[in-house]
Design a protein around this ligand. Structure first.
Ligand code: NAI
Length: 467
């Protein structure tokens, strides 16, 4: 007799209640040893409780360790933070795991796709650190860390080993983003050394997209930074039949939230035609995570048999309603081989990965600063002081291209200039403060400063195009 495990259930908005009900019914019919604890999130929750994500919902996931979540609507406009992003950050769900596997009975261009996308889930441009620097120029900071990278890489290798996968491929853009993607790739190579049984290779993201649509069957496990992972995982969903069949799991060290890749589909909400397959596959991923794999395989077989028999929802070219499709799966369930192979804990197969310790910067020396200024005559170079104390103006760039020292190349310039000041040796921060004071004295508006450091002669910053 299995111990009954409690799992948080968030039904969500739009088609959420319809598809979560389908999963609840299938689980009940398969006698999965799970007890649902209902919690609320999303737009309807906001309208009813004044918040899209009550603390009680976070507490429920913290308590249970595992949640199944229907899609939630994020209205476009101010003041409404995406529930998904908030949950990921609040619970430190650092890996987004999206399998893309060809399903029987679903006609696509490819018949044999079986890959898993592991997307870093916290960092990159998703830190949401944005600044309007001038009325014409906006900046988003792309943050990649050694710790965040190592966590997702180690998870990808551990997961690959557990699932008997043979290859993990790091997808990046280190040829252009030498520092950010460079760190992601360096961390991948470091972690890969601990997994000699698994082939570790890497590919540039644009080439990966091309290869994925030409030869998707050659990929196994892919690990990517957040933004590339967001895009590439949707591409992979398209390889196997689209959003209606794309599952996902958000995994942290201690908690996991499983949800379909798709949204709340307001265009078909309440019509009874939504495809519950993506959420069902996410729920099966959850069962695997909890060590209830025999239940997952039994439901998977019934799903495959249903699809093979041509019972398809409208998005896949069929005419079955959500209810009829769910009934067809239930009718094909054979639970005689289901057994609980876990240790009885909801966190049965949490893969414990630890981030590496911080590396201090005490070897670093400050040798200058990049000062970003507004200058509205965009046909000329800003009248910056050439020397302030130990700091010499060595370069000015506009949108990344060097415009000083001359000549000015024939580029479209905007009212946002990066002015690079370098000293001949290490300097104190007070030298940079003196530079900023001089700019204030000259009424030159600066809005952003980056200190430039060197470590044993190696610069810790990139050069401008043409520098
Ligand atoms: P969407 O994924 O909801 O819909 C895109 C298209 O796919 C629509 O035509 C829809 O009818 C169809 N579709 C999606 N899931 C389907 C299913 N299970 N069965 C049949 N057809 C399906 O994306 P959209 O319209 O951009 O977003 C709607 C709302 O969902 C937005 O508020 C968005 O912020 C939110 N959203 C929530 C997510 C989540 O909670 N995980 C993820 C993505 C979007």
């Amino acid at each position: 007799m299995s111990a009954v495990r409690r799992v948080t259930l968030i039904r969500g908005d739009g088609i959420g209640p319809e598809i979560t009900e389908a999963v609840v019914r299938i689980f009940e019919a398969a006698r999965v040893p799970i007890e649902w604890e209902e919690a609320y999130a999303g737009l309807a929750c906001y309208q009813e409780h004044g918040t899209p994500l009550p603390q009680a919902t976070i507490d429920s996931i913290l308590r249970n360790g595992v949640a199944l979540k229907g899609p939630t609507t994020t209205p476009v406009g101010e003041g409404f933070k995406s529930v998904n992003v908030t949950i990921r950050k609040a619970l430190d769900l650092f890996a987004n795991v999206r399998p893309a596997k060809s399903l029987p009975g679903i006609v696509t261009r490819y018949g044999n796709v079986d890959l898993i996308v592991v997307r870093e889930n916290i960092e990159d441009t998703y830190g949401g650190i944005e600044h309007v620097q001038t009325p014409d120029v906006v900046q988003t900071l792309r943050i990649i860390t050694r710790q965040g990278s190592a966590l997702v890489h180690r998870y990808a290798f551990e997961m690959a080993r557990r699932l008997g996968r043979r290859r993990v491929t790091c997808v990046h853009k280190a040829n252009i983003h030498k520092y950010a993607d460079g760190l992601f790739l360096e961390s991948f190579r470091e972690v890969a050394r601990d997994y000699p049984d698994i082939v570790a290779d890497d590919i540039i993201v644009d080439n990966a997209c091309m290869q994925l649509v030409v030869r998707p069957e050659t990929f196994d496990v892919l690990v990517l930074p957040n933004l590339f992972g967001d895009i590439v995982s949707d591409l992979c969903a398209g390889l196997v039949g689209g959003l209606g069949v794309a599952p996902g799991g958000n995994i942290g060290r201690y908690h996991a939230v499983f949800e379909a890749v798709h949204g709340s589909a307001p265009d078909i909400a309440g019509k009874g035609v939504a495809n519950p397959t993506a959420l069902l596959l996410s729920a099966l991923q959850m069962l695997d995570h909890m060590g209830l794999s025999s239940y997952a395989r039994c439901i998977e077989q019934a799903l495959h048999a249903t699809l093979k028999a041509g019972v398809l929802t409208r998005d896949l070219g069929g005419s079955a309603t959500t209810r009829a499709f769910t009934d067809a799966i239930i009718a094909r369930l054979d639970t005689s081989h289901c057994a609980d192979s876990s240790d009885g804990s909801s966190r049965a197969s949490v893969i414990l990965v630890e981030p590496p310790p911080p590396q201090p910067s005490q070897q670093w020396q400050c040798i200058g600063a990049d000062v970003f200024v507004e200058w509205n005559d965009t046909t000329t170079v800003p009248a910056m002081p050439e020397q302030v104390g130990p700091l010499t103006l060595t370069m000015i760039s506009n949108r990344g291209t060097k415009i000083y020292p001359p000549p000015i190349p024939p580029i479209t310039m905007v009212n946002w200039y990066r002015c690079r000041y370098i000293a001949s040796g290490p300097i104190e921060n007070s030298a940079v403060v003196a530079l900023l004071e001089e700019l204030i004295r000259r009424s030159i508006r600066w809005m952003h400063v980056e200190l430039l450091a060197e470590c044993n002669g190696t610069p810790m910053f990139s050069k401008a195009q043409g520098e």
